[in-house]
Write a protein that binds this ligand. Structure first.
Ligand code: FAD
Length: 397
């Protein structure tokens, strides 16, 4: 099926853009009932969950077509949420779809796909470098038919109000590093979970879906049947999740950049420096606009090329491309947002446009799902090894 870009854009224009002022001014939790009404309308129009198969109530789009839709949805900070394809639920859905047991899919995936519950993914720990995905402290100790989980996680996005989290925990500390951890479904109401706080990000604590939490797990008991896939497969599953996940992020970022670009162009045309003298007559503004257009168009082709490669050959074969788009598009996004804010002057610093919100919250694009430096080193190292450089004996990965 081709990407239903027109119908998706129509919903954004009718419902999402008009709600943005309120989204930027009020806690997310206060908006949930109104967003639920728009989600019902999205379902009524047959546009719900574009990435999921029809059997789960979705549109069944292939990755490149979903990427096109994702770029449109990215133009509003609530776009993906309204269409039931928001992170981190989308990653958890794809994981459960590919590797969940029948019971896990019935209990967790089905209501998640319908948007009746939310979920989160708890891997990163404050005391350990998240850039090294095989190094963590959280333990899941087998006890009879259960696991007893103890650990400390943070930046668990959207944990506030989530029905369950997928926890990455060490199940066999004696195994080789890449086989030590497993991914385990933990209901957020389980005894022993402490919701420490929503972490303020650039001054905003956030709430509900729009938040990042710190969590403690103190002897949290869950059945071993809650483990996803075989014991020790946690790292491999995380890698698998991140392939398409990075396409999702990159296309969403390009949507944000596209909206920022539109705002920048409008402002350059309408803002006068003197009567009859629009800002856009300044050569530097013309250059920012041209540079942004070129960077965004090139980035889009690169991302779609990688999405097609993942479809054809799988995420492993496309891993260099996945790393390239992850750091490249994050950089394009940051530059376009920065230029758009500069063109808006003081207005760019306010929440009267979505620019400042994105500038605050998408700075993380260069950090989450692997910081820039990790991706650059991975690609650079593979290119050099392909040219004959020997592997470092002390190399971590
Ligand atoms: C907005 C946001 C949302 C997030 N959501 C989630 C979530 O839902 N679930 C979850 O589990 N985690 C989440 N995270 C955490 C994220 O995955 C980690 O921040 C990321 O893996 C980096 O780990 P760290 O923060 O511990 O940084 P560190 O590992 O301490 O790295 C710090 C810095 O060191 C540098 N660095 C690291 N490795 C190398 C290297 N090999 N070479 C050169 N330089 C290097 C990089 O500049 C890096 O930014 C989120 C983070 C953010 C910002």
């Amino acid at each position: 099926m081709s990407a239903p870009v027109g119908p998706v854009r129509a919903v954004l224009e009718e419902y999402a853009f008009p709600l943005e002022r309120e989204f930027l001014a009020r806690p997310f939790a206060a908006l949930v009932p109104r967003l639920a009404a728009v989600r019902a309308e999205v379902k009524r129009r047959g546009l719900w969950a574009p990435h999921l198969p029809a059997a789960l109530g979705g549109m069944g789009l292939a990755l490149p077509a979903f990427g096109e839709v994702s770029a449109v949805l990215g133009e509003s900070p609530i776009g993906h949420y309204l269409f039931g394809c928001n992170a981190p639920d989308i990653g958890n859905q794809e994981l459960l779809l590919a590797h969940g047991s029948d019971a896990q899919r019935a209990q967790w995936l089905a209501p998640l796909a319908r948007g009746e519950i939310r979920s989160c993914f708890a891997m990163t720990e404050p005391e350990y470098a998240g850039s090294n995905p095989v190094w963590m402290d959280t333990r899941a100790v087998p006890d009879g038919s259960d696991y007893v989980i103890t650990g400390h996680k943070w930046f668990t996005s959207s944990a506030d109000g989530a029905a369950f989290t997928i926890v990455m925990a060490v199940t066999d500390p004696a195994a080789p590093p890449h086989q030590r951890a497993s991914q385990i479904i933990v209901p957020m109401g389980a005894p022993g979970i402490t919701f420490v706080r929503n972490i303020p990000v650039m001054g905003e604590g956030g709430s509900d879906y729009a938040s990042h939490a710190e969590l403690r797990f103190d002897a949290v008991r869950v059945p071993q049947a809650n483990r996803i896939g075989p014991e020790g497969a946690g790292f491999a599953l995380a890698q698998e999740r991140l392939g398409p996940g990075r396409i999702h992020h990159c296309m969403r970022w390009l949507g944000i950049a596209e909206r920022a670009f539109r705002l920048m162009v409008q402002r350059a045309v309408t803002r006068e420096l003197a009567p009859g003298e629009p800002l856009g007559r300044q050569q530097v503004v013309q250059h920012w606009i041209a540079e942004s257009r070129a960077e965004m168009d090139a980035a889009r082709l690169l991302v779609l090329d990688v999405a097609h490669r993942i479809e054809r050959e799988g995420a492993h074969a496309a891993r260099d491309g996945i790393s390239l788009i992850k750091f490249h598009v994050a950089g394009v996004l940051q530059r376009v947002l920065d230029r758009a804010i500069q063109v808006h002057g003081a207005l760019g610093m306010t929440d009267d446009t979505p620019l400042a919100y994105w500038y605050r919250h998408e700075r993380g694009a260069r950090i989450y799902d692997g910081p820039d430096e990790v991706h650059k080193s991975a690609v650079g190292r593979r290119i050099l090894e392909g040219a004959g450089m020997t592997r470092s004996p002390g190399g971590r990965r």
